[in-house]
Design a protein around this ligand. Structure first.
Ligand SMILES: Nc1nc2c(c(=O)[nH]1)N[C@H]1C(S)=C(S)[C@@H](COP(=O)(O)OP(=O)(O)OC[C@H]3O[C@@H](n4cnc5c(N)ncnc54)[C@H](O)[C@@H]3O)O[C@H]1N2
Ligand code: MOO
Length: 401
């Protein structure tokens, strides 16, 4: 029997991003900074003020004009604290100044107080050689009016929110949240308050996925867990309402109870099924009644890896995010990998003393070993390696941000 070739991970990702770009979220909402973390900018943000808005002192000390300070102690003519605007500096004098305070007009240099001596008559003797502009943060040196600060499609990190606040921008236009309907399928699944009968297990995938989606700024419509019956799954999907995306876990393989595949083939359009990825081969992308549908495999390891490597970038691109590629860092492997695989493999590894260490249980059926890992080591199809060789590592920290 001829087995059709599995779709390569890079090809699948490329197709998913194209599909995401064809279904952008066009609505925008305006939020205060406290509510905007993790959301995606709907338009460019350009600087409306210089930063710093005026030249200011980088040190607690004395401000003066270099011409006046050569060898002569200077009387103090004024004191300028942060938050005050000083007077123009009287020639032949210096100003007591503190970090962040505006530089008085006429001063062109600051010396930190540790390098100044206060003489008995109160005058200041400046030690050390200084150049013009020393210890002064010049107006506009960080940002000039009109400069592009954050491009459309940037995700609003805590740092980006701070850049907006520096500008006095307290409300920001962001792309609306993606509404994701989430369900898990399987007769074997039970949830909170239920006691598993023999053969049953607790539904962990929906907990993981709901949490990942919420972190990404999605609105989750929880359709619950549904038994492997077409009519029940159809009924659950009716509750998806106006979801922008449906995500299921389980039931995408070839078993007799694997209903999601049957449903999508019967009432949907399957665009992608069976990828050269391990874990996660039966990953499915389809349209169901016109709504994009991602079918994740039921195995907890497979569901996690395919969500992070495929569903996540798709979702981020749907929400208008420009940068969706995972962060890859070359790491030295601390173990041998003698058997080349036919699927691109994602190994759960920790990083210890700069080397990738393979975690003991790589089964697609386990979640726990991912909690010991710092991220995923990407092993391309057909690759073998030895300890000391270098491969790409994708940190969980970058995927969970
Ligand atoms: N004959 C074949 N069998 C299988 C193949 C294949 O190619 N031929 N592929 C295997 C691969 S690879 C994967 S991955 C799994 C995925 O199968 P499904 O997506 O259909 O998942 P299920 O059969 O529903 O469940 C698999 C496994 O995961 C457990 N599970 C399911 N849902 C959850 C949940 N919400 N929380 C925790 N655990 C869950 C389930 O009990 C099973 O143990 O198929 C292989 N089989
Ligand atoms: O790939 Mo399935 O991906 O073994 O669990």
């Amino acid at each position: 029997m001829n087995t059709p070739a599995l779709l390569a991970v890079d090809d699948a990702l490329g197709q998913l991003l194209t599909l995401a770009e064809r279904a952008p979220l066009d609505a925008v909402e305006t939020l205060g900074l406290a509510d905007a973390e993790g959301r995606v900018l709907a338009g460019d943000v350009v600087a409306i003020v210089d930063a710093p808005a005026w030249s200011n002192s980088a040190m607690d000390g004395y401000a003066f004009n270099l011409v006046d300070a050569i060898g002569f102690p200077l009387p103090v003519s004024q004191t300028v604290f942060a938050g005050q605007a000083g007077e123009p500096l009287a020639p032949g004098t210096c100003a007591r100044i503190f970090t962040g305070a505006p530089i008085p007009q006429g001063a062109n240099c600051v010396q930190m107080q540790e390098n100044c001596t206060v003489l008995e008559d109160g005058r200041i003797a400046v030690q050390g050689t200084l150049r013009e502009g020393a210890n002064i943060r010049q107006q506009g040196s960080e940002t000039a009016v009109g400069q592009l600060l954050l491009g459309k499609g940037t995700v609003l990190s805590p740092i980006a929110l701070g850049v907006l606040a520096c500008q006095g921008i307290y409300r920001v236009s962001v792309v609306r949240s993606l509404k994701v309907a989430l369900l898990s399928t399987g007769n074997e699944l039970v949830g909170e308050g239920e006691v598993p009968a023999p053969g049953q297990i607790h539904d962990s995938n929906r907990v993981v996925l709901q949490s990942l989606l919420q972190r990404m700024g999605c609105d989750v419509i929880d359709l619950g867990k549904v038994n492997d019956e077409l009519a029940l799954i159809r009924a659950a999907l009716e509750r998806a309402g106006n979801a922008d995306l449906i995500i299921s876990s389980g039931g995408v393989s070839v078993g007799d109870a694997d209903c999601i595949g049957s449903l999508l083939r019967e009432a949907g359009e399957v665009l992608m099924w069976k990828l050269a990825i391990k874990p996660g081969k039966p990953f499915t992308f389809a349209h169901f009644n016109g709504v994009p549908f991602i079918g994740l495999p039921g195995n907890p390891g497979s569901s996690l890896v395919t969500f992070l490597m495929l569903a996540r970038p798709y979702i981020l691109r749907r929400m208008g995010r420009t940068r969706v590629e995972q962060m890859r860092l070359p790491v030295v492997c601390g173990f041998d990998w003698p058997r080349a695989g036919r699927r691109q493999e994602y190994l759960r590894v920790s990083i210890e003393q700069g080397r990738a260490v393979l975690q003991p249980n790589q089964s697609s059926g386990t979640l726990l070993s991912a909690t010991w890992a710092d991220g995923l080591l990407e092993v391309p199809v057909g690759t073998t390696f030895k300890a000391g060789d270098s491969l790409d590592f994708i940190p969980f920290a970058s995927l969970l941000a």
